[in-house]
Structures are given as C-alpha cells and as structure tokens.
Write a protein that binds this ligand. Structure first.
Ligand code: WT7
Length: 636
C-alpha cells in the first residue's frame, strides 16, 4: 500500500488506523519513499509529552531546499515552480521554472555566505510577496541559516522586537512594497527598527519600487549586483533532522510574541504529506494560496509543501480589492488555477460585493477549494461553494496552527464527505481529543470540549526560541501529557470536528491571530491611558473585531474623545501594526475586577457582543456596580 496518497475513504481509515497503531512504521515509510536523504534515521520518533521534547527521524541528514528543488531538476526542470502575479495587473506575470528557481536560490545562498551567514545564524526576512521572498527562505534553508520571516505589514517596533529576540545577523528587505494603490516604505521601517538591533550586521535590499532609500555604508547592500556576481551553483549544507529550519512569531495571550521553532525533517515530511493529500494536486495543476508568506500558511502551503511535491504555486503580490473586487477571479481565470486556498474573511468580504465581479470570469478550472485561519460560517461556506466552486469543487476547511506546522484536521477532497462549518476528520498521525472541565478526556460523541492532541506528529513545533519553559507552560501544562491547542471544538455523532474558536485571550481578526495582552500593553503606553482591556466581538467580514474598554488617567479626562480614539489607534498601528487597530473604543470609569485584581474579561466579552444575559455571578467582583455603567454606555 502506498502511504503517501490516500485515494478512498476506505484507504483513509486504513492508513489512519495504521498511523495510530504504528506511528513509527507509518511515518518511516512516508519519509523513506518520498524524499532524498544524505543519511537515514536511527529511530523515527523519540518523545516526551511532559517536557515537550520531540525528535523525529533521529540522526537523519538532509537538506530541505534540495528536496524542494534539486530533486525535481531531472524530471521537471522546465516545469513552472512559481507563477508570480504582480500587484499591478498590467505588469507581466512571471513564470519561474524549477531550474531557474534552483539557480536563483543557489545564487542567493552564495550571497548570504559571502556576507558571513553561517549554519545556525538567524536571518530576518521582511519582504513583500515577490519571488525573492520564496528565494530567501530556500536560500537560508540551503545553507542552514534559520529564517525568521516577519510579515511586511508589521511596524518598526514589532520588527525590532522580533529581530532582538532571535538576534538576527542579517535582514533581507526591499526598498518598498506595493499593496493595491499604496506603496509602503519597507526600508524606512527597517532603518527605524535597526536603531535598536545591534545584532544585525548587514541588510540586503531588493529593488522593487525604485523608490529613494537611505543606504547605510558598510551595512546595506543592493542585492541584485551581488546576485549577478555570485556563482550559480551551491552545494547544500548537510543538516541534521532536528536542526532548526525557521522561527516564526505568533502572538500569545500574554507577554511578548512567541518565536515558534520548526525543525527540518519532520516539518518537511509533514508539509509534503499534507499538501499532497489535502489539495489533491495532480500533474500540471496550478495551485494558489492567497495567504502571505509572512504567516505559517504561506511557509507551509505556498513555499515548502507545494515545492516538495513539484507543484506550480502562485505568489500574488496584491490585495483582493485592487484594481477592483474581481482581482481574485481574474487571477484564477488568467492562470487557470485548479486549487484555490483562502481565508473566510476574504470570502466574506468578496461575497458582499456584486456578483457581476465573479460572473464575468471563467472559474471552471477550479477543482478544489480550501479555507483556513478561522471557523468558516455557514453563509460564507455556501457562497464559496455556490459561486466559486460552482457546487462541484469540494471545500476543504483546514484547521491547524503556527505551532502545528501543517494542517491537522480537514476533509480530503472527493474522499471525505464535507459538512459546512466542520473541519471533519484528523489527518493520518493526528490524534485529537476533547477534554472536559475536569481535565478528563471525553469519549462520547456529540460533545464540546477543549481540543488537545495526544500524540506527537512530525510537524509539531519543537520549542519557543530561547524559552523552552514557556513552551511547556503554554502548550503542555493545562492538560498533562497532551498538547493543548487553545481552541474549543465540538465532535458530532460521526466523529467530525467543528472548531468553535479560541478559549483563551487570543482573538482571530481577519484570520490573524492577535493576542490581546500585547495590544493592551501598547495602549497602556499612551500617556492619557490608565488601563485597558481588549476583547473580540463578532464582525460580519473580519470574523472578529476588537473592542477596547479603556480607563483614563486624570490628565486624559478633559481630552476630546474622538481625538483620543484616533491617537490610540495610531499608537497601536505603529507599535504592532494596522491589523491590531480597535473597531470600538469605550472609555469607562473602571474595569470589572475580581478580588485578586484580575479583569473579568468574560463579562466584557458579553457586553461587547451585546449579550446582556447570564453574566454569571458578579457579586464576587470588587466593583460589581461598574458592570451596569459599562453596559449602558456600550458602543453599538
Ligand atoms: C488559530 C491558529 C493555521 C494557519 C492560519 C492561522 C484558528 C485556523 C481554522 C479553521 C477554525 C481555525 C484557530 C487556531 N483557525 N484554522 N479551519 N477553523 N479555526 O494560524 O495564526 O497560528 O492561528 O487559528 O483558532 O488556533 P495561527
């Protein structure tokens, strides 16, 4: 039996059962038959779910960039690896073959080495969605440098804190970026960030917008002349299975962002396996994931998963609304996209627009649709199914996280019967469990609980950069011996999972994972603000939006409220990024607190949602009278 390709429901159950009964045998076979290794493993898995210690493919040697590129050169060197669709539809799309991509990655790898980057060094990548972004990831992987991609919508201080945390030696950026009709000065943001980043020795700059930038002598270099001068061959570094491949920051419910560390072999095997089975990619299909490579979705399912499978992957620089709301449909039609993977927030935004945007395009190439990032509501699911999938393309609702490396629960197209709003069944190797309030595993179906995973899988993050204790505390302590996802879920009568949303202080806004604590920290820095509490509330397009309850210091009391609101949002935009701005800001005279001083977010969440029933017992509050005031002045 070929374990790499599941082609029927019967085979899914067979493989799934095998993966649970004999995980080492299962993953060992998948790894053995589908990749190239310098040296095979001594043991497929060693693990400890208490101390969060995982070793997959122990002592194996490999290079993931070689698996993405070199391996395909004989068979499909002339096949398109990347289709680049620029922001401006009048600018020609680029088709980059596997051979060309290989050469570009080798040149970049040589430039990195020449600039002193060695195996294990961290490189921060702050680039728009242009081919150089994928090339940079692969070049780092090729020489064994650890990439840390920072989404190019983050502010200077967010960039700085990420660079500082992992002590990056280099930054790869561009002069600017195009997003719709805006041009953003990325290099200026990097310059500002680097004022507080002494670890950075050099900055490589891609010329994308031809805009004027400051180049700091000795530190900053235009990348193109260096690439032109570099050799076009590069011998890939021999990496250990557990050598870190990348760090990717994700927000937590408390404190500073967590640098999730993914390692080489397990991540490779898991992203390749899941891509292959979830998107039903075949032959010369064109696959397009609309996420940004700055998020895990882009790492795993724009770059690594597709390239490991020799697929053609689209990189789109722009936004769905530019030049108008037909842009996605235009791109699908233009490049004859077969698999289309996007987020519910985009679907909802596009569903609000006139159907003529979609109807004037031929979407008949679409075979499979994917959804990711947040629960997809029923209405959006049907719109996606009717208008984009023309009721023939199955929708795969993929549940996973930055920490999981790859997709965990999702229907396999043409195999698993779909059910709107359900992510359905776990992938082979994934053992989800629901836990009740007493921290016991729930065996029955038709229940809700906290979603945990009780056995390791190859794609699991290995640690938080520089803080393994925080990794244990965040993910392995709430339910001893299990990985806690932070999500709640419902399991129906046939065992399908439906993710109900976060059970912690993380809010998913437009598919972006935002911890409320860092936003509160930023707000509290404003001189007029005494204290703040942020909660999410349901929003038609964004899924959730942010509602802030803020108390002012005396000096803030006399200030004009709308000006203050504007200032606070500007402050958030410059400290975290525009995505974290608050939709509603209510100034209050106090926040509901427990006697131990903890803000009762549960109550604030209900008020923000407009649900005044069932606040629960508020008599234990230090200041129960405040609830009435907050309720009465709620912003609708
Ligand atoms: C959180 C992880 C995984 C890539 C994008 C986000 C939510 C993600 C789904 C889905 C319901 C989902 C969860 C999860 N989420 N996909 N299909 N259905 N919820 O990665 O930023 O690490 O966020 O996104 O709440 O915990 P992330």
């Amino acid at each position: 039996m070929n374990y790499y390709k599941i082609d029927s429901l019967e085979k899914y159950f067979k493989i799934y059962n095998k993966s649970v009964r004999e995980p080492e045998e299962f993953w060992g076979r998948v790894a053995d038959e589908n990749f190239i290794w310098y040296q095979k493993w001594d043991k497929v898995l060693e693990y400890d779910m208490i101390n969060a210690d995982f070793k997959w493919f122990k002592n194996a040697k490999l290079n993931i960039a070689r698996n993405c590129l070199d391996r395909h050169l004989n068979k499909r060197g002339d096949k398109t690896a990347i289709i680049f669709e620029p922001n401006n539809p009048d600018e020609a799309a680029q088709h980059i073959t596997y051979s060309e991509l290989h050469e570009r990655v080798c040149r970049m790898a040589n430039v990195l080495k020449e600039k002193g980057i060695q195996k294990g060094d961290r490189v921060c990548i702050y680039l728009p969605m242009i081919p150089e972004l994928a090339v940079s990831l692969l070049a780092c992987a090729r020489i064994g440098a650890i990439h840390s991609v920072v989404f190019a919508g983050f502010s200077a201080s967010a960039v700085a804190s990420r660079i500082q945390d992992s002590e990056c030696k280099m930054v790869i950026t561009s002069d600017g970026s195009y997003r719709g009709n805006k041009a953003i000065d990325l290099k200026g943001i990097v310059d500002e960030a680097l004022q507080t980043c002494p670890s950075v020795e050099s900055v490589l700059v891609v010329n994308r917008t031809n805009s004027e930038v400051q180049m700091k002598e000795g530190r900053d270099h235009w990348i193109q002349p260096l690439l032109d001068a570099a050799a076009k061959d590069n011998v890939a570094e021999i990496m250990d299975a557990e050598d870190p491949l990348f760090i990717l920051y994700t927000s937590g419910s408390t404190g500073k962002p967590k640098g999730m560390v993914h390692t080489t072999a397990g991540y490779m095997v898991y992203t390749a396996f899941t891509f292959k089975n979830i998107f039903n990619y075949k032959g010369d299909d064109v696959y397009w994931c609309t996420a940004d490579i700055g998020w895990i979705t882009g790492h795993s399912y724009i770059v690594y998963g597709p390239l490991l499978n020799g697929a053609t992957t689209v990189i789109f620089e722009g936004v769905p609304s530019y030049p108008d709301f037909s842009r996605f449909w235009d791109i699908i039609d233009k490049h004859k996209v077969n698999q289309f993977y996007t987020a519910p927030t985009a679907i909802r935004a596009l569903a609000k627009e006139n159907l003529s945007y979609i109807e004037k395009h031929d979407l008949s190439s679409i075979k499979v649709l994917g959804s990711v990032g947040e629960p997809i509501n029923e209405e959006a699911w049907h719109w996606y199914n009717n208008h984009v999938g023309r009721k023939t393309a199955p929708i795969t609702d993929t549940w996973w996280q930055t920490e999981t490396g790859g997709i965990m629960i999702a229907p396999l197209p043409f195999i698993t019967p779909t059910k709107p709003t359900y992510a359905t069944l776990p992938l082979p190797g994934i053992q989800p469990v629901l836990m009740d309030e007493r921290r016991n595993e729930i065996d029955d179906n038709q229940v809700v609980g906290s979603l945990c995973i009780k056995f390791p899988w190859p794609g699991i993050a290995r640690t938080i950069w520089g803080d393994h204790q925080r990794y244990i505390d965040t993910y392995f302590s709430a339910f001893r011996g299990k990985y806690f996802t932070g999500d709640g879920a419902l399991r129906d009568e046939v065992g399908y999972y439906r993710i109900t949303g976060r059970v912690d202080d993380v809010v998913i806004v437009s598919g972006h994972n935002l911890g409320t604590a860092p936003i509160e920290d930023a707000i509290n820095e404003h001189p007029a603000v005494a204290e703040s509490a942020i909660v999410g509330f349901p929003h038609d397009i964004k899924g959730n939006a942010l509602y802030g309850f803020i108390t002012l210091k005396e000096r803030g009391e006399g200030r004009d409220r709308d000006n203050l609101r504007r200032e606070i949002n500007e402050h958030i935009a410059s400290h975290i990024g525009p995505i974290a701005k608050l939709d509603k800001i209510q100034f209050v005279s106090g926040l509901p607190k427990t006697r131990s001083g903890k803000i009762m977010r549960r109550i604030l969440r209900k008020i923000a949602e407009g649900d005044f029933s069932n606040f629960g017992d508020i008599t234990t509050l230090l200041n129960p009278e405040i609830v009435e005031e907050i309720k009465n002045e709620r912003i609708d």
